[in-house]
Design a protein around this ligand. Structure first.
Ligand SMILES: Cc1cc2nc3c(=O)[nH]c(=O)nc-3n(C[C@H](O)[C@H](O)[C@H](O)COP(=O)(O)O)c2cc1C
Length: 387
């Protein structure tokens, strides 16, 4: 591992290194949220506003972070979230992240708009794999992709439902991201001042959507496969008839939707506001967790994402009843900072922080972390660093 990666002792350090390595518009596309970034900020504040009570005088000389999620044994209760067009952030793309997931024995999720195919991911990684689906107006495309993922050894599906329309990410848009936004001269200059990124990008020509289409899609095809405003719960039932493995619904934020999703065949709920990139008035998923666990926790696994930047954040979510957590930006910061080794660094940081904080709490197994440790949920003012 490079000295620079080794010097990264937390996710914020990886964020800083990623910021140096990426041209400004690509970095902004990764970091940013929708509109005033209130949801993005809420996600972090929810974690900083929750405290856990430690217990001491327990034998914590051996701590086990292993758990089970989506029908698989995992080394820690963390899932790598689907991130579209990962090739924008590093030329080794999704396969590098999936290979790191194998090393750390956590599940990897491939995005519909990824720049690698399910077959490439399978060849690169024996990690547990989940295929994320955006169901386009041409529903058949999603069914075909699900079949293709199954044939490639993906064991779970996740349908993202919080995108009836693209989120309004003004900052990224002003910087020219994503196309067809017009790129200002300042963005072009930033790209030119990152020759290594530019060289690798031109050489490898990563494209989004290679999973949905067999080759790089035309702009018209991309448009046609964009957000689906007429997606309904019956679509979940129809998918369930075709898929007998774990089926997660991602982007749920209400008790009503969680219950309906389970009634229509979901076996897991991914409590998420898309990392603050869609509905800016959305509450932090962590704040909704207890109510959702109450409503459907006995019938479905509950995975939570958004703003998880520390191992202790994972423990906070588990204490409130989550089965596991998903991380998006943290591992992509690692990828942008140093390819596969950077993702491994991110996972190593999470693992060490998990172990240390379990010891400080006085627990030796993930299953022992529960609501007894929750002290208070006090919404803090905007204090949390945004990364
Ligand atoms: C650059 C970027 C691209 C994303 N692309 C997708 C996607 O294609 N499909 C999806 O379901 N979620 C996507 N997400 C959302 C993540 O899966 C996840 O919900 C979010 O990143 C979690 O928040 P965190 O980044 O604070 O960990 C994306 C997130 C980012 C940052």
């Amino acid at each position: 591992m490079s000295r620079q990666l080794n010097n990264c002792v937390n996710i914020e350090d990886l964020y800083r290194l990623a910021k140096r390595r990426l041209p400004a518009p690509m970095f902004e596309y990764l970091r940013g949220g929708a509109e005033d970034e209130l949801a993005l900020q809420n996600n972090r504040n929810a974690y900083s506003g929750l405290q856990l009570i430690p217990n001491y005088l327990r034998d914590v000389s051996s701590v086990d972070t292993s758990s089970r999620v989506l029908g698989c044994d995992v080394a820690m209760p963390i899932v790598l979230a689907p991130v579209g067009f990962t090739g924008l952030f590093h030329h080794h793309k999704e396969v590098a992240a999936a290979a790191a997931a194998e090393k750390y024995q956590v599940p990897y999720s491939l995005a519909t708009w990824g720049s690698s195919t399910p077959e490439e991911i399978s060849a690169a990684s024996s990690a547990a794999k989940m295929m994320q689906l955006y169901i386009p107006s041409d529903r058949e495309r999603a069914y075909v992709l699900a079949e293709r993922a199954k044939a490639a050894g993906f064991s779970a599906l996740c349908v993202t439902v919080d995108t009836p329309v693209h989120g309004n990410r003004e900052k990224a848009w002003r910087m020219g991201m994503p196309p067809p936004a017009k790129m200002p001269i300042s963005s072009i200059l930033s790209i030119l001042s990152h020759p290594r990124w530019l060289y690798n990008f031109i050489k490898n020509k990563p494209t989004a959507g290679v999973s949905l289409f067999d080759q790089a899609p035309s702009p018209q095809e991309m448009l046609a496969a964009g957000p689906t405003a007429d997606l309904v719960f019956e679509d979940i039932s129809r998918l369930r008839e075709r898929w007998d493995g774990p089926l997660a619904i991602k982007g749920v934020l209400s008790v009503e939707d969680a219950s309906l999703a389970v009634e229509h065949g979901a076996s897991a709920i991914i409590l998420s506001n898309h990392g603050g990139r869609q509905f800016d008035a959305a509450p932090a998923p962590l704040d909704l967790l207890p109510a959702i666990v109450d409503a459907v926790g006995d019938r479905a696994e509950i995975i939570v994402d958004g703003g998880i930047r520390r191992g202790v954040d994972v423990l906070k979510a588990i204490a409130l009843g989550a089965t596991a957590c998903m991380i998006g930006r943290p591992y992509i910061y690692g990828l942008a900072a140093g390819g596969q080794l950077g993702v491994e660094r991110a996972l190593q940081i999470f693992k060490e922080e998990l172990q240390r904080n379990m010891m400080l709490m006085g627990v030796t197994r993930i299953d022992d972390v529960d609501s007894r440790f929750v002290h208070a949920q006090v919404g803090t003012a905007n204090q949390s660093a945004l990364y």
